[in-house]
Design a protein around this ligand. Structure first.
Ligand code: PMP
Length: 396
């Protein structure tokens, strides 16, 4: 944990002066200035309710909302009507799972896997408690679902398969092309949690393989509190039971006044990320390769997590051999990194437990990542801090 002297203003001042580096980009990212600029007018100057059909304030807001929807549909290569705006990937995952399972009927079967985000696993548990059937696929040592395991599971009828595109904790990319082909052959929709995808993997490498996709803005330099669910209307046609009943918003699939500034920010952030994905991935890989060398030199017994190649560019996760993540945080107070997912802070990572690590080993897990808020010199500075902080000396 950060010492008291490094909280609040102090951290902010150090970051501004370039002496502290935020590397917890898989937890969240700052809103990019151009994204903030796009959102700004929609908070107060242009504040209408997009569902107000009787006056210009409402029409203007509706125009912004539908403009953002069209822009996002263009990025994803789908129809605008195939998007439902939500409060983030958590809600999009909930709508995807419960929406499809409830529409399929009581007792219908969900197939997923144990390294999913908690927002998928908790819904799966709830479905099980309600009498639904849930099959958890096995994963290999890198957290990857073997396609043969899905092939076996699909010998029995299922209403939905949910496998994340990219794991937030260990960085592994799932083999969506293979899994998608199996689902298509079986006539079962495939949902992917794509919260970590924008700016790291081109959307075109994910969208064609899935029937449903959850995305979030705040992992890609957009605002917190907004995301979307893509649900295809054709081949296959996905039927969704609304989970937030209310007004007729979002084609009756999600009630509630749509937050226009946030949706404008979501579209701006994802457009920016998609336009930069090739350049960002290259810089991310270079930075991570440099940091990895430093860690390997300092800690020969380090255990790297996730798949070596099929992983999010710039994402590094490892288990320290001889000290806890907290020890490392104390030794490198000018680096902002984490020990796994922010939303699970405090508990041993279910992802590491699913990979066969002990709770103590999970406490020695470190995750850090590159993001485009870092400038060209920053990776070198970070490497210097890592070298000093790890120092090759056992703290145990
Ligand atoms: N899925 C994954 C893979 C994530 O990393 C996160 C964020 N930790 C979420 C879902 C939840 O996203 P949101 O914060 O937008 O609800």
């Amino acid at each position: 944990m950060l010492s008291k002297a490094m909280t609040g203003r102090t951290v902010h001042n150090r970051i501004v002066r370039g002496r502290a580096w935020y590397l917890d980009v898989h937890a969240t990212t700052p809103v990019a200035e151009e994204v903030l600029a796009a959102m700004w007018p929609w908070f107060s100057e242009r504040f209408g309710n997009p569902a107000s059909a009787g006056h210009a304030w409402g029409w203007e807001a509706r125009g912004a909302l539908e403009g953002a929807r069209d822009q996002l549909a263009g990025l994803l290569g789908i129809e605008p009507g195939e998007l439902v705006f939500t409060s983030g990937a958590t809600e999009a995952n909930h709508l995807a799972l419960m929406g499809v399972l409830e529409a399929a009927g009581a007792g219908s079967r969900l197939v997923c896997q144990p390294t999913e985000h908690a927002s998928v696993l908790e819904v799966a548990r709830r479905w099980g408690r309600q009498g639904g059937r849930v099959t958890l696929l096995p994963v290999d040592g890198d957290g990857m679902v073997p396609p043969e395991a899905l092939e076996d599971a699909l010998r029995e009828p299922a209403a939905l398969v949910s496998v994340m595109a990219a794991n937030n904790e260990i960085g592994t990319l799932q083999p969506l092309p293979e899994l998608g082909a199996l689902c298509r052959a079986a006539g079962v929709p495939l949902h992917a949690d794509g919260a970590q995808v924008p700016g790291r993997v081109p959307l075109g490498q994910v969208v064609p393989h899935v029937a449903l996709l959850s995305l979030s803005a705040h992992k890609a330099y957009g605002p917190k509190g907004v995301g979307l669910l893509m649900a295809r209307r054709r081949s296959p046609r996905v039927r969704l039971e609304p989970q937030v009943p209310g007004g007729g918003q979002e084609g009756r699939r999600r009630g509630g006044t749509v937050p226009v500034p946030l949706v404008v920010g979501l579209a701006a952030a994802l457009a920016r990320a998609e336009a930069s994905v090739a350049a960002w991935s290259e810089r991310a890989r270079d930075a991570a390769a440099g940091w990895r060398r430093v860690v390997d030199d300092a800690l020969p017994d380090v255990r790297w997590l996730g798949h070596a190649e099929r992983r999010l560019p710039g994402h590094l996760a490892f288990v320290l051999p001889d000290r806890t993540a907290t020890d490392m945080m104390r030794a490198c107070p000018e680096l902002g990194f984490s020990s796994g997912a922010a939303c699970q802070s405090g508990a041993p990572s279910h992802v590491l437990l699913a990979l066969g690590f002990t709770a103590a080993e999970a406490g020695r897990m470190v995750r850090l990542g590159w993001g485009p808020h870092l400038d060209e010199k920053d990776p070198g500075h970070v490497a210097g801090v890592l070298e000093r902080g790890l120092g090759g000396r056992s703290l145990a």
